[in-house]
Design a protein around this ligand. Structure first.
Ligand code: URA
Length: 193
């Protein structure tokens, strides 16, 4: 049986060749999920930005630095977690990804999640939240531990929605809320054990 890392490498190789997302035409490269294939937490962001498009890894710009600081605050490192995006290619000028682009990258994401099979999925912002909770508002459910049966994942999955670190970076109130919500991760994991 191939390891989770090997399965992810195989998955990325397949989708890099077969993803039909139109953003491939304007992006420099696909930005694969990154981190520990055995992680118990998976973070899901929106889409790569300029730094990620150039560097080929998710969350390596200012939002990523802020995320690393928050991880340190709960005694974890980037190497302990896995992080990916709803859309694997940078939208031009960092515009929001469109529904069709999300749809075209969806199977890639779902298979990533099935391989890792995390205890907890943390949404970074509304784009990843609405993939699994289409009628909810991030302003109403941020910081709440949610359990939902996800047929595609073939399991009851735990989720923690958070504000996006890029949105919270320069917004004092939202930043404070995000840090407070982020600090709930260890307790949430304990609860799920
Ligand atoms: N914002 C995201 O949502 N994803 C990244 O990879 C970087 C910034």
């Amino acid at each position: 049986m191939a390891s989770k890392r090997e399965q992810l490498d195989e998955l990325n190789k397949y989708w890099q060749e077969n993803c039909q997302c139109e953003l491939r035409k304007t992006a420099k490269q696909a930005v694969f999920g990154d981190g520990n294939a055995e992680a118990e937490i998976v973070f899901i962001g929106e889409a790569p930005g300029k730094n990620e498009d150039a560097g080929g890894k998710p969350f390596i710009g200012a939002a990523g630095k802020f995320l690393n600081e928050m991880l340190e605050g709960i005694g974890r490192k980037r190497e302990d977690i896995y992080i990916t995006n709803i859309v694997k290619y940078r939208p031009p000028n960092n515009r929001d990804p469109e529904p069709k682009e999300k749809e075209d990258c969806n199977e890639w994401l779902i298979n990533e999640l099935k391989i890792i099979n995390p205890k907890l999925i943390v949404f970074l912002g509304r784009h990843s939240m609405t993939r699994f909770f289409p009628t909810e508002k991030i302003s109403e459910i941020h910081g709440k531990l949610l359990l939902k049966n996800i047929p595609e994942l073939e399991k009851k999955q735990a989720f923690l929605p958070l504000y996006h670190p890029a949105a919270a970076l320069y917004n004092g109130g939202m930043r404070e809320t995000l840090i407070k919500d982020f600090n709930k991760i260890p307790k949430a994991l304990e609860k799920l054990s």
